[in-house]
Design a binder for this molecule. Sequence first.
Ligand code: MN
Length: 247
Amino acid sequence: MNALVDFHCHIDLYPDPPSLIAECDRLGIRTLAVTTTPKAWPQNKKWTEFSTHVRPALGFHPQVAAEREHELPLFEEYLPEARYIGEVGLDAGPRHYQSLDSQLRVFRRVLELCALHPGRIISVHSVRSASRVLDALKELLPTERGTVVLHWFSGSKSEASRAVDLGCYFSINRAMVEGKRCDLIKTLPRDRLLTETDGPFTNLGARPAKPADIPVTLIGLASLMGIGIDELSHQVNLNLQALVIER
Ligand code: MN
């Protein structure tokens, strides 16, 4: 049977992270626990130390980059012990546009450090900044040095095809599948697709979405792509395996 995959979930922002991690293990949901600040790394690492299915990621979220730029040395200190990086990236939406310079300094430094420690898998935020993110990847992270998973990608078709050429994967959530730009998803190569919840920042009904809700995304994505749910789930498992294999 195929495992469920939630490749972008903020486990540490739910009220009871250890019980959510236990639920992922019990239900066999392969989950990437992304974080927002380098300071969060030790606690997330501890929570997931004995987890069979949840892996922690060292993060530096663009929306806090400006106020936390001083945590860059901490990011650098923890990087050697983190195989997964995220959430990192850029956010040029109206609420965060004014911190873009600081975001760029942080994101560029993150990519430089990842290039120095090859083999990292990086979950990247790119709100209204797909081209800027792709420019930075092309300049600073040679494809053989690390792999990027674009989380909640909302760029154009040509940006998507640039991302594919740079070796990027895409983690797809339910809001994307049900959104008005879902046509773009159909154009992405099947062997680059993963699933995510981005919980607790997305909802299912009146409550925050959680990893166990991934089947809802699988159902929507399979129907969008015109393939069976099992076939899609199998493909996502193959993709995750290809992504995490040591190279
Ligand atoms: Mn997120």
